[in-house]
Design a protein around this ligand. Sequence first.
Ligand code: FES
Length: 620
Amino acid sequence: MTRVVFQPGGHSVEAEEGVTLMQAAREAGLALENQCGGLGTCGKCKVLVLRGRVGPPGPAEMEALSRLELEQGLRLACQTRALGNRVEALVPPRSLVMEQRYQLEGASTAFRPQPPVTRRMVKVDLPALGDARSDLERLRQALTAQGVRLGEPGLDALRKLPETLRGDRGEIQALLRGSRLLDLRPPADRRPLYGLAVDLGTSKIALILTDLESGAAAETAGLMNPQLPFGEDVVSRLDYALRGKGQARRLREIVVEAVNRATRDLCGRAGIRPRDILEVSLVGNTAMHHIFLGLPLRQLAFSPYVPAVSEALDIRAADLGLETLPGAIAHLPAPLAGYVGSDHLAAVLASRLYREKGVCLLADLGTNTELALKTPQGITCCSCASGPAFEGGSLRHGMRAAEGAVEEVRITPEGEIRYSTVGGKEPLGICGSGALEALAAMREAGTVEPGGRIIPGRPGVTKEDDELGFRIARRHVRSGKPRGWVTLSQRDVRELQKAKGAVRAGIEMLLDHAGLTAADLDKVILAGAFGNYLDPASLMEIAMLPPLPLRRIVQVGNAAGVGAREMLCSMRARRRAQRLAAEMRYLELATYPRAELFFASCMLLSEEALQSFLRKWRRP
Ligand code: FES
């Protein structure tokens, strides 16, 4: 018998020796992508063998996996047989079926809740002739007898007090936030105490309805940020907000309304009312944070990009227009800088970057990418304007990672172009991760030069509208009829170079600032939902990430949302986040010495070429 263990998560199963890793995964409760029915042709079920003996790669794997992937130990789960008594394999998020990928977006490190709201059972004396103390006074004295000093009562609780007190002959359940009486319930009401964690991204908003006492997520929701039509990235969003009177207010109103609508939906699914939400924790980039609070934006939009506030805030949810218990508190952790928000702080907290020994990089990838480098000297963070290409925006046939988006591309040694789409549907366009994969495949096949020029005459290369491009798949329109091709044009390649170059330049400048080089990196953590869809081997092929063994690259999903949930349920986590915010240093890339040379070098698509240029610009 063989024990097969799947990481991250440690799902494990005892199986007959010779079992395929696909079968073992199924038994262990993991559903891997399986578009070809296990024939070894779709290449969707990749896993990285970490430990133990497995059979050698067969012809199907030689064909479906790239040279780099094979070198790094990637295998097709449907073709790989476990031998010996124990095999351990790492399942990249993109090898999971969509449903399980979504679950992983909220995966988290275990934490011990220390909720901001607690419940206390109290027996209050009922009024009688000769005892005309007010109901509040009675409650106050009963709590004092339990060693609890009651401060200002909340209005929500005060309105319920007389009735609740008399309903159960003086037995009462007090919900307290510190010394503040937040709400009251009958003593038999053991419903969970709910809180809401919100990750307010430029493109997407994630909400997690959470049990404050256990820390468990009850319901989750994800929606597109309704501000998107007013600017795809932070800069254009700020530009819109500042261009006309009332436009910032409009941005605020539509996002508050979207959060409220999603909250109502979440509560409906959980069988509760929005006013049962007792606490909120909200993270986001600094622009989203300021827009949501209705803070002035001008100082944020112009150099030196100063936030109006850089400390954690506790604000009445009702003052923000949130449909929760009106007296509930919304906790907004500290933004770190004008372009590094509290979402990055939450990601640092959730990924446990601060505990890493050695040199570790956290990259939260998206329209705006935030990086944090942990060295023995501390954590330094920075922000890179990677632009909308990673979301499929600004690409000729770009689209979001929805059904029909090309998400994987390969060129076989014979020059045949293979691809797969999200949900296995007819191709409609290409998403950001698919475009990066296509670029990696083109690099590997020699279809594009290290400088980014597409080479005429190579497989798939054609000229359309006087521009060279790489044809990937027949493009279907919504009616299902093919029309034209999904192509990566020369201009698209340039857009991707700029986006990936911005990220790599950020990495190199952080390392340079610490007196280190890419060779000193011990580990990379990729965060953000987008980071989950990426193939690290492809990112190395195009020199977006420095070369590292794949086992030293960890994909953690939406770490910002997880951090927001942790801060929602744990006062300890809030204190930790405050300490981190005070200790973390911010590096401004725009004024970094020779920044433009770092950017220019990092647009190159070959590690060798990039390093030969970087050697010239690095600090001596
Ligand atoms: S399921 Fe298609 S290659 Fe493994």
